[in-house]
Design a binder for this molecule. Structure first.
Ligand code: GCO
Length: 467
């Protein structure tokens, strides 16, 4: 089971979740600093002040990445670290941090993949309305230009925004994430429209200013419905369900991806959303639909559906006791087969899995190691499904496991551990989990070790059954 030559094996992180050093080098506050400081918003009132202290520990963290054999590392730039007020003056120290990080990565033979926005909006911009301000796409454009000028002599892989569905839906709708607004749906759609315009402007800036030919994508979340059987009717049902908008919320692919990749909002949603749809100015759609080089997508799970027997689809109930992660997310490797497949069919771009992984309640054992067999099994199943998608013709270029190390899981604080490396938050000691050793083998063999691990599992199962 080998993967294509030059397949990109990586891990992903984001600035607020790992950097810490909240007050170092003149960093400005972000909406997440304020949200964490608001009692009751984040589990146990945790915050990102220290997080994994990656800002100070990046040299040894890069060594850890080199040990893993990563081909690439996806990180995000903290807007308020490099532009403390969100617009105008830049922080030299802030810029210098990313400069050094990128140098270290390249020295270690690891390709830096930079995300421009992973949710830490500068607080000053929030005070000016944040993404509700019509100037917000311009703010983002100016910030993007700074980063491109700084890094594009070395960074060639770019992602504009991470999971617009989540920072809009949870940040401005349910209020579960920063900035914690609970706005009517029409306002959420306005925020979404501004975020899409910001994306388009950033693509234009990267394309126009980069010193080295850029490869540009984005990293929305992928909502995946997968067929319960492989019959054409169920597959058609899953495809339709994956690309449908059926509720007045942000949890869908097409409201965000159709404008970006096809240049218009999807018909079913326009009809459903009706007067909630914001005014679309002339030129907006052209700006939003700047050509991309890849479709990055974050996929964690999927939902089973079946044909309803009449060209439609219906949800299928999962078996009682179905496997789930510590987040309560269903383990559904099918999502890493059907997700990339449906996305590739519709948008015709090379696909990169920009995030995939799981949380489990990992701890350091008496033997000093961290045993996370469920994560190894999870990753093996998902990667096997992804491999099958590639075999079946889906153009998948890379896979970024979420996450390199345990980190600040937003409203869940530090209680959810997504890392393949364990972090002891009192000592900052990093301990590679069993899954890190396993992933290292997968990378070193370009996936070949996957076959071995499933054979080993089968052998163990057989011997357990006396076979
Ligand atoms: C997201 C973010 C990550 C999360 C991860 C696990 O997708 O929510 O990109 O920051 O930590 O997805 O929830």
């Amino acid at each position: 089971m080998t993967f294509p030559k030059n397949f990109i094996w990586g891990t992903a992180t984001s600035s607020y979740q790992i950097e810490g050093a909240a007050h170092a080098g003149g960093r400005g506050a972000s909406v997440w600093d304020l949200f964490c400081a608001t009692p009751g918003k984040v589990h146990a009132n945790h915050n990102g002040d220290v997080a994994c202290d990656h800002y100070h520990r990046y040299p040894s963290d890069v060594e850890m990445m080199a040990w893993l054999g990563l081909k690439a590392y996806r990180f995000s730039v903290a807007w308020p670290r490099v532009m403390p007020g969100g617009t105008g003056a830049v922080s030299r120290d802030g810029l210098a941090f990313y400069d050094r990080l990128v140098d270290r990565l390249l020295e270690a033979g690891i390709e830096p993949w930079a995300t421009l926005f992973h949710w830490d909006l500068p607080l000053e911009l929030h005070h000016r309305g944040g993404w509700l301000n019509p100037d917000s796409p311009h703010w983002f454009e100016a910030y993007a230009a700074q980063i491109v000028d700084l890094l594009s002599d070395r960074v060639t892989h770019w992602m504009t925004i991470n999971e617009p569905q989540i920072f809009v839906g949870l940040g401005y709708g349910s209020g579960i994430h920063a900035p914690g607004h609970q706005l009517p749906f029409s306002e959420q759609l306005l925020v979404a429209h501004r975020a899409l315009l910001a994306h388009g402007r950033a693509v234009t800036v990267i394309r126009g200013r980069a010193k080295k030919p850029p490869t540009i994508g984005w990293a929305p979340v992928g909502k995946v419905c997968y067929p319960v059987t492989n019959t054409p009717a169920d597959i058609a049902a899953a495809r339709a369900a994956s690309m449908a908008v059926t509720k007045k919320d942000c949890w869908n692919n097409t409201w965000f991806a159709d404008p970006v990749c096809l240049g218009h909002y999807p018909e079913d949603a326009l009809e459903l959303f009706g007067t909630d749809v914001p005014a679309i100015a002339p030129g907006d759609m052209e700006l939003i639909s700047q050509p991309l080089d890849f479709y990055g997508v974050n996929i964690y799970s999927g939902e089973p559906v079946a044909s309803d027997g009449a060209r439609g689809y219906k949800p299928v109930e999962r078996a009682p006791g179905f496997p789930q992660t510590a987040m309560g997310w269903p383990v559904s490797p099918e999502s890493l087969y059907w997700g990339p497949k449906f996305i590739h069919e519709r948008y015709k771009l090379p696909v990169v899995i920009t995030e995939n992984g799981m949380a489990s309640h990992d701890a350091v054992s008496l033997d000093g190691k961290v045993h996370d067999p469920t994560r190894v099994d999870f990753l093996a199943r998902y990667l096997t499904a992804l491999h099958q998608a590639i075999v079946d013709g889906v153009d998948v270029r890379g896979y970024f496991q979420w996450s390199l190390m345990d980190n600040f899981e937003w409203a869940e604080g530090y209680r959810q551990r997504f890392g393949i490396v364990h972090v002891d938050y009192t000592t900052q000691k990093r301990t590679p989990k069993d899954s890190a050793h396993w992933y290292r083998d997968i990378i070193a063999t370009n996936g070949e070790a996957l076959t071995m691990s499933s054979k080993k599992d089968a052998a163990t199962r057989a011997s357990a059954m006396g076979g």
